[in-house]
Design a protein around this ligand. Structure first.
Ligand SMILES: Nc1ncnc2c1ncn2[C@@H]1O[C@H](COP(=O)(O)OP(=O)(O)OP(=O)(O)O)[C@@H](O)[C@H]1O
Ligand SMILES: [Mg+2]
Length: 277
């Protein structure tokens, strides 16, 4: 508990030092650019070709995807997170958001999916969620998608986007893997990955791309992928993530990209399941 309090205190001090009380911190390590137009963008050509997928609400509930049917009041936290993240991304012209954590099992996939489904409730926003945890993919499992899928093959250019992405409603596309690969770092650094991500942007024309990334302190997969993201969310787990780990990850991320915020997950305050600061 002391660790959580120290983390929150630290975050508060940092927030007040940047003068934006209540807002997640942003470090601008990269020049701002991109499409700042507020005009609605035309959907990419691929959307009608994607196979529709309606998750089983019981599976979603069991896996804590509370933004799906919104029966759990915790979904409001993700709606707030969505609104803040979207505002900051739009203001800065960013479209791609990576979700990572210091170590395993902090809740990256849970947060990525909750954000994606929260965004799916916004009819004017097209979102693509991609499982980039190539070694230990979990998005498919969390939503109960059992058909064999492989993001590694997509990134290597050997599998069609239409085969590997499913569509929920009209505005959320999800690309998953059902098996892990060992050569994740090499695939993520290969030039074909950059080409395929460009193709994803051209085919989907999304407002937001969420990349569910691996943990940072386990291997170099995240560092290999960071050139492809505009900003990141760092997910820390209360009672599990150490402050020095969070600090190290935040610093490493801030050198390469924009840190949109740190999420303190698995935090048990009265009446709250999720902490966000
Ligand atoms: N706020 C929360 N409260 C309780 N349990 C949670 C919370 N968030 C996630 N979990 C649970 O913790 C476990 C790990 O979550 P998740 O798979 O999202 O983590 P991850 O960081 O993606 O893990 P990995 O590093 O293996 O990819 C899951 O069983 C998930 O349901
Ligand atoms: Mg995961």
């Amino acid at each position: 508990m002391e660790r959580i309090q120290a983390a929150i205190q630290k975050a508060k001090e940092h927030r007040s030092s940047v003068g934006t009380a209540g807002a997640p911190q942003v470090r601008q390590a990269k020049p701002l650019a991109r499409d700042r137009s507020s005009a609605p963008r035309v959907p990419g050509p691929i959307w009608p070709e994607l196979k529709p997928f309606d998750p089983d609400p019981a599976v979603m509930r069991a896996n804590r995807i509370v933004s799906y049917d919104r029966s759990d009041p915790a979904h409001a936290t993700f709606d707030m997170m969505r609104t803040k993240a979207l505002r900051m991304m739009r203001e800065n012209g960013w479209t791609s958001l990576g979700v990572t954590s210091p170590t395993a099992a902090c809740g990256k996939t849970t947060v990525s999916l909750n954000l994606a489904f929260s965004l799916a409730h916004q009819p004017d926003t097209r979102t693509v969620l991609m499982d980039i945890d190539l070694r230990r993919p979990a998005v498919a499992h969390h939503i109960g998608l059992t058909e064999p899928q492989s993001m590694a093959s997509v990134l290597q250019g050997t599998r069609e986007l239409t085969e590997n992405f499913v569509r929920y409603g009209e505005t959320l596309a999800i690309g998953t893997s059902t098996r892990g690969v060992r050569s994740a770092s090499e695939i993520l650094q290969h030039s074909s990955t950059g080409r395929m991500l460009t193709a994803v942007k051209a085919q989907f024309r999304p407002d937001v791309i969420i990349y569910d990334l691996p943990p940072m302190l386990v291997n170099d997969d995240v560092m290999a992928f960071l050139p492809h993201v505009d900003c990141v969310l760092l997910v820390a787990a209360a009672e599990r993530s150490r402050l020095d780990e969070i600090d190290k990850c935040e610093q490493d991320l801030a050198e390469q990209t924009n840190v949109l915020g740190v999420i303190l997950n698995k935090c048990r305050y009265p009446g709250e399941e999720y902490g966000y600061y």
